[in-house]
Every structure is written in C-alpha cells, then in structure tokens.
Design a binder for this molecule. Structure first.
Ligand code: THU
Length: 160
C-alpha cells in the first residue's frame, strides 16, 4: 500500500499587508457582491477575476426559486469570461461574501462545483490562477486553484 501526503501552502494576510493591486481586486469583488441576487440565502457573494490584459471581470451569485438553477459568483464570472474574452488568461480571483452588507468574518471559499470549473480553466490555460479568499479581518492566499482541489478529476482520467 502507498500513502500520499498532500500539502498545500496558503498564506494568511491582513488587507493592509496586500499590495494596492490586490486590494483593488478585493474591492471589485465586494462591489460585485452588491449586485448579487440572493433572496433565498441572503448570502451575497462576489468574485472578481483579473485577466492578463489587466481587465477585471466581476460576477455575483444569482439565485432562483428552483434552488439548483442558481449560479455561484465564481462561475458567473468565469463563464462570462469564457463567453466574452475567449483568449484571455485569468491571473487571479478574489472571492468575498456579504451578510447584511458587511464582509463575513470567515473567509469565503469556492464550493466544490466552482473549484472543478476553475481548475479546468487553470489547466486549459496552462497558467496558475492565484486565489484570494476574503474575510473581514484576513485574506487567505493560494498560489493556484489546483491547491483547492487535490486528487481532482479531469478529462485525462477518462482514458483507459
Ligand atoms: N455561493 C457562491 O456564490 N459562491 C461560493 O463560493 C459559495 C456559495 C452562493 C450560492 C448560493 O447562492 C449562496 O451562496 C448560498 O449557498
């Protein structure tokens, strides 16, 4: 029997310890959260992606009375980018949630479905996407989406 020990490296910073550009991306994620349509969960999530062109793309969660129909903030931003900026490379993503208009105390991390969607883009573009998970007092920073989804499923796993 073999044993895998999987280590990921994450840094935790305060907003003040981040660069102006990083703080800008987080501000844009907060701004995106303000456009959330979340009458069912009352949990407003925002995601901001920085492209290699410098452009920032925003997305927020969009819910539906038929709950599974809704879409998370991360995939809203990701799929809009795929549809409208086909050749762009995504360099960074910031994710934040608001509850009652305030950034949540805990950092917000993408759900499993969003991790899978983000990972496929990261693999396809062959360039890491840095991840900023934001909470009120701290930001967790990962160097790549792959760190959020170890032992992941991907298309190569389908060949015999
Ligand atoms: N949600 C996101 O948009 N992103 C996440 O990272 C976690 C969850 C949304 C989905 C749903 O609209 C609400 O938050 C509660 O789960």
């Amino acid at each position: 029997m073999k044993e895998y020990n999987i280590y990921i490296s994450a840094r935790v910073a305060t907003q003040e310890e981040l660069s102006l550009k990083e703080r800008e991306l987080i501000r844009e994620a907060v701004n995106a959260a303000e456009s959330s349509y979340s009458p069912y969960s009352h949990f407003a999530v925002g995601a901001a992606l920085r492209l290699d062109t410098g452009e920032i793309i925003k997305g927020s969660n969009q819910e539906n009375a038929s709950y599974p129909v809704g879409c998370c903030a991360e995939r809203t931003a990701l799929f809009w980018t795929g549809a409208n900026r086909k050749h762009a490379v995504i360099c960074e993503i910031a994710v934040v949630a608001l509850n009652g208009g305030q950034i949540t105390k805990d950092v917000t991390a993408p759900c499993g479905m969003c991790r899978q969607a983000l990972l496929e883009v990261e693999r396809r573009q062959k360039s890491p996407i840095r991840v900023f998970l934001c909470g009120k007092d701290e930001v967790v920073i990962l160097n790549q989406v792959a760190d959020l989804l170890p032992l992941s499923f991907n298309a190569e796993n389908m060949s015999v």
